[in-house]
Design a protein around this ligand. Sequence first.
Ligand code: NAD
Ligand code: MG
Length: 395
Amino acid sequence: MTGITILGATGSIGASTLDVVARHADRYRVVALTANRDVAGLAEQCRRFRPTYAVMVDPDAAVRLRHDLADLPNPPEVLAGPAALEQVAALPDVDVVMAAVVGAAGLLPTLAAATAGKRILLANKEALVVAGALLMRAVADHGAVLLPIDSEHNAIFQCLPPRYRDGLAAVGVERILLTASGGPFRDATPAELVDVTPEQACAHPNWSMGRKISVDSATMMNKGLELIEACWLFDTSPARIQVVVHPQSVIHSLVQYIDGSVLAQLGNPDMRTPIAHALAWPERMVSGVAPLDLFAVGRLDFQPPDLTRFPCLRLAYEAAAAGGTAPAVLNAANEVAVAAFLDRRIGFTDIARTVERTLDRLPPTAIRDQGVADLLAVDREARAIAEQSVASPVA
Ligand code: NAD
Ligand code: MG
């Protein structure tokens, strides 16, 4: 049996992972499930999957969960606090860690899984954006295996030969074509974008996802974070990555080779495909996703991204090019701005403005030999500046 820890079990990716795992109960044993504070959600999952450990980051929620599960014959051991996430990511009987916490909060547990040499299924793209060099080095140093869950990166991984780790040039790759749906406001005018509400931003046309990534898709910051994620995963530069807007979200990304070949991975937009792929890799297994019906899809469209209407994508390109601490600052400011937008404290177009102001006030420094504590200090500083920007009237 393969032991699995799911970090962020109650979220959209967490639920999809448990759906796939439930289809293969003969192969997977759920060792630990974690959540931030959703007691009802985690309690229900614990009753169904009977993990050895359940973690609540919020200590009060942990008390309530313990109470809620007290009637079980063998209740899970309920742990509390962020350090418990690292603990359950590194347990000896855990083989696979699904990293599906949202935001930079997922960095330390993902790093703990890497240091413990686990197979990491990485949904938590923010961890790579904040600390790409550190995380990739930890994976290499400790013999961990990092498999991308983000549908685009999983598609790219599937379109590359196994030897791609020798370098993309060595395997004849010309560039990566990173597809983007364009989000719910792909064709909105600049004036329409000003009045966008959280409800509209969270209503993605093709994917059902958590609220933070839904807003990121609407601003296209998601594609910006994915650009940086791709640079780390595939050891390449932003210049070798072309963002392609593809409204149908059927092609999940492509790899263009020097001989003119372009390989793509297609499928229905359902995260259970990349999850099942990474769980079973290098084999394949059933995911529960309906087969793709090309006749129902009918047509596939492509257009270039508009960096003027979607300044978050431009800011991410600039942060990727600047390197150093810039991606960590970009990510922290974006997390603050998205939370403020969801709380109706700022408008939709203020998200990009907040990120830009924060980047202006915290110019990138080179990443010397930064440890995780240094990066988390940058993350905190950027959050404080972004909070000030959110609180002060926008020029
Ligand atoms: P979500 O909001 O639905 O779920 C987030 C999970 O993380 C929940 O279990 C929540 O309890 C937990 N969590 C939240 N804050 C936390 C904190 N501070 N500490 C510990 N745990 C915390 O999010 P999601 O849509 O499932 O996305 C998770 C990650 O996967 C994100 O990084 C996202 O970018 C990435 N991702 C998601 C999708 C998707 O389709 N949903 C696709 C690609 C990548
Ligand atoms: Mg994606």
